[in-house]
Design a protein around this ligand. Structure first.
Ligand SMILES: [Zn+2]
Ligand SMILES: [Zn+2]
Length: 370
C-alpha cells in the first residue's frame, strides 16, 4: 500500500510502498484512510524542523488530521463496526506510572513529554491507505459529516481552548451568569482572532457560534477568499495594513478574549497590550526561532495584574474536544453551508502529497484522499 513518508536522515519526502497493517490485538480496528489534511506542522516535519520517526525506523509516515472508514474490528471492539466513519486522535500517553495526566486519559496534558504523536513524534501517521488503531483512540463520526470531518482535528485546538475559557469565565464574577447556556457563553463579549490560517478561521467560527462579537486581524488585504469567509460567518475582518492594534482596540472596546493563531512572538506580544480588563489571551501558535526583540515587560506585568488578565497556552486535545468539534462541524454545516464548502480547497492523490506539503497548497485546507 502507499504511504507518504519523511526520511530525516537523507532529507527526503516521498511516497513509499508498505505492507498493509493487520489487527494484532482484540481491541484494535483496521481503518481505510479516506481524507488526510495537510497543515503547517506537516510542512515543518517535511522541512526537517520537527518530527521524529518511531524507534528503529529511519522514516516517519506523516499525517495527523484525518478521517477514516472502519474496515474490520478486533474481537473485543464494542463501539465500532465495519463501515463506520471515525476520526482518530493524535497523541498517545507516555509510559510513566507517575504521570497523572496520561494515567487518567488526558495525555494532552502530559507532564513528562515522553508521549508519542501519530505522524509527528515516534509514531507513524495517517497518510497511508490503511492504518491500525485501538478503539479507544477513535471518535465516531456521523455519516452526514463525511465531507468535512477531516477538519475535526484542527478544530479541536479551538474547542479545547474554548472549553477552558468557558470554565474560567464561569469562575470570574463579572462575566457570566452560571445559568447561561454553553452555546451562548460569549454573549455580550468581544473576541479577537489573530491570523486567518485554518486554525484562526476555525477558531473564529467557534467564537461566533459561542456568541462572541468576533474580530479577525491578519496581514492579508481584500480581495481574499479567507477574508470573504470571515465576513460570511459574521465576523469583522481588519487588516494589519489598514489598522494598528490601538485602532483595533478603539473599534472593538474591551477585548475579553484574544485567540492567537499565528505563531509569531512579536505579533502576540503586541496583541497582549490590547487585551481588555479581565481578558483571557489564548496562545496556540508555536513560533520558530525569531530575532530577539525589545519588549516592555514592566508594562505587560502591570497590565496583567491590574486588569486580572489570564495568559493561557494550549496544545493538542482530548476526547471532549473531539466530541465538541464534531458537534460544532455539524452546527457550522447547517449555519454556513457555503462558507463550510470553501474550507476544503481540494482533494488530491497521495502522489501529489510531496509537492503540496512542500509548496504553497491552494485554498484553506488541502486534503490527500486515498
Ligand atoms: Zn495539523
Ligand atoms: Zn504523560
Amino acid at each position: 500500500m502507499k504511504a507518504v513518508a519523511v526520511f530525516p536522515g537523507s532529507r527526503e519526502v516521498k511516497v513509499i510502498e508498505q505492507a498493509e497493517p493487520r489487527i494484532s490485538e482484540p481491541g484494535q480496528v483496521l481503518l481505510q484512510m479516506l481524507d488526510v489534511g495537510i497543515c503547517g506542522t506537516d510542512k515543518e516535519i517535511c522541512t526537517f524542523e520537527y518530527g521524529t520517526p518511531p524507534p528503529g525506523d529511519d522514516y516517519l509516515v506523516i499525517g495527523h488530521e484525518s478521517l477514516a472508514e472502519v474496515v474490520a474490528v478486533g474481537s473485543a471492539v464494542e463501539r465500532l463496526r465495519a463501515g463506520d466513519l471515525v476520526v482518530p486522535s493524535v497523541r498517545r500517553p507516555c509510559p510513566h506510572p507517575g504521570c497523572l495526566a496520561c494515567r487518567s486519559g488526558h495525555q494532552d496534558y502530559c507532564y513528562t513529554g515522553d508521549f508519542s504523536e501519530r505522524g509527528i513524534k515516534e509514531a507513524h501517521g495517517y497518510m497511508a491507505k490503511y492504518v491500525v488503531e485501538h478503539e479507544r483512540h477513535l471518535n465516531l463520526v456521523p455519516p452526514d459529516l463525511r465531507e468535512i470531518a477531516v477538519l475535526a482535528e484542527p478544530l479541536t485546538i479551538a474547542e479545547k481552548a474554548l472549553g477552558q475559557v468557558s470554565w474560567m469565565m464561569r469562575q470570574r464574577p463579572p462575566w457570566l451568569d452560571p445559568e447561561t447556556p454553553g452555546e451562548e457563553r460569549g454573549r455580550g463579549l468581544s473576541a479577537l482572532v489573530l491570523g486567518i490560517g485554518p486554525v484562526g478561521l476555525l477558531g473564529a467560527m467557534v467564537l461566533v457560534s459561542a456568541g462572541f462579537t468576533t474580530y479577525v486581524y491578519s496581514r492579508e488585504v481584500p480581495p481574499h477568499p479567507r477574508i470573504d469567509l470571515v465576513a460570511a460567518i459574521g465576523a469583522t475582518y481588519i487588516s494589519t495594513q489598514a489598522a494598528t492594534f490601538a485602532d483595533l482596540a478603539d473599534q472593538a472596546g474591551n477585548l475579553d478574549l484574544i485567540y492567537e493563531a499565528v505563531g509569531h512572538s512579536h505579533f502576540a506580544l503586541e496583541a497582549l497590550r490590547v487585551l481588555g480588563t479581565n481578558g483571557i489571551f489564548v496562545l496556540t501558535g508555536v513560533p520558530g526561532l525569531q530575532a530577539f526583540i525589545e519588549a516592555d515587560p514592566a508594562r505587560l506585568m502591570r497590565d496583567m495584574v491590574l486588569k486580572n488578565q489570564v495568559l493561557l497556552g494550549t496544545v493538542n486535545a482530548g476526547t471532549d474536544a473531539f466530541a465538541s468539534a464534531l458537534r460544532n462541524l455539524d452546527h457550522f454545516r447547517r449555519r454556513w453551508p457555503e462558507a463550510v464548502q470553501t474550507l476544503i480547497a481540494g482533494r488530491y492523490p497521495p502522489e501529489q502529497a510531496t509537492e503540496l506539503v512542500l509548496g504553497r497548497p491552494p485554498g484553506i485546507k488541502t486534503v490527500i484522499a486515498f
